[in-house]
Design a protein around this ligand. Structure first.
Ligand code: AMP
Length: 276
């Protein structure tokens, strides 16, 4: 049976004396990518809590907080069907009432890549995730590799704040043509939607070239050119990084991750792939 709760106190009544809880934080508008996280959570703990909260603190004033897709009824149906135990739908006042200042510190990791383009984003993410952890007290929390930098920041937060939650990264779920599923893909026009799968195709080509001894710098600049040729309007970054510190790599490394953010009109797409 799936319980729908809106407040921390209702939530904690349901979770009393429970020490096998997995949390899947989301912003709703659920798709197969989110559901794969829930399925993984079901393998990791007896009770699965899925939170749906469109976090105002991770949107800049010019971003799409007001128009971010909200499909609560459909989300509840999907989560009930898949057998999530608790759906937590807090109001912003529930999340931000006890913390008037951000108790987390994302540091350098929050200023690079996505953080360079969206300066307040990761501070907002860390704040809400920390607060959800305080409310749910999960043994395990699942995050998608789709948002690879977010996953690295949550890993670092848990380590630095010594939080008693194990973080698990889940693989990226894609459309048949390779486009990583995202709640924001609905913003793509038909023309943009035909260009979008080139992002993953070019990432795959770059991975192949790097693994077959192409130099890192020439591969990154060729990848940028290919994205523009494929029809992307601009590129925020194409970067080969260490997968924990996200420091740029100049030599092959077993923990490398290739990360990209590119724009089609007003829509930003992000994707990433492991290399070596
Ligand atoms: P969001 O609702 O976009 O904040 O995402 C909630 C969680 O789902 C995050 O941990 C995301 O990384 C994850 N997620 C989003 N899209 C995908 C995807 N295509 N595959 C796997 N996980 C995803």
């Amino acid at each position: 049976m799936t319980h729908i709760v809106h407040t921390k106190s209702e939530l904690q009544q349901h979770l009393k004396d429970n020490n096998s809880i997995a949390l899947v934080p989301t912003m709703g508008a659920l798709h197969e990518g989110h559901l794969s996280l829930v399925k993984l959570a079901q393998q990791k703990a007896k009770t699965v809590v899925v939170s749906i909260f469109v976090n105002p603190k991770q949107f800049a004033p010019h971003e799409d907080f007001g128009s971010y897709p909200r499909q609560e009824t459909r989300d509840i149906e999907l989560l009930t069907h898949i057998g999530a135990d608790i759906i937590y739908l807090p109001q912003a006042s529930e999340i931000y009432s006890s913390n008037t200042s951000n108790p987390t510190e994302v540091g350098h990791l929050g200023t690079i890549l996505e953080g360079a383009v969206r300066p307040h984003f990761f501070a907002g993410v860390a704040w809400v995730v920390y607060t959800l952890f305080q409310h749910v007290k999960p043994q395990v929390a699942i995050f998608g590799e789709k948002d690879f930098q977010q996953l690295a920041i949550i890993h670092a937060m848990v380590r630095d704040m010594q939080l008693p939650t194990t973080i698990i990264g889940a693989p990226i779920i894609r459309e048949q043509d390779g486009l990583a599923m995202s709640s924001r893909n609905i913003y793509l026009s038909d023309r943009q939607r035909t260009i979008a799968p080139a992002l993953y195709r070019i990432l795959g080509d770059m991975k192949y070239q790097l693994e077959h001894d192409m130099g890192i710098q020439s591969c990154l600049s060729q990848g940028r050119d290919q994205l523009l040729q494929a029809g992307f309007d601009s590129i925020d970054y194409v970067s080969l990084c260490d997968s924990s510190s996200l420091t740029p790599l100049s030599d092959p490394n077993a923990h490398a991750r290739l990360l990209v953010a590119a724009r089609l009109g007003a829509v930003r797409l992000i994707d990433n792939i492991s290399v070596w």
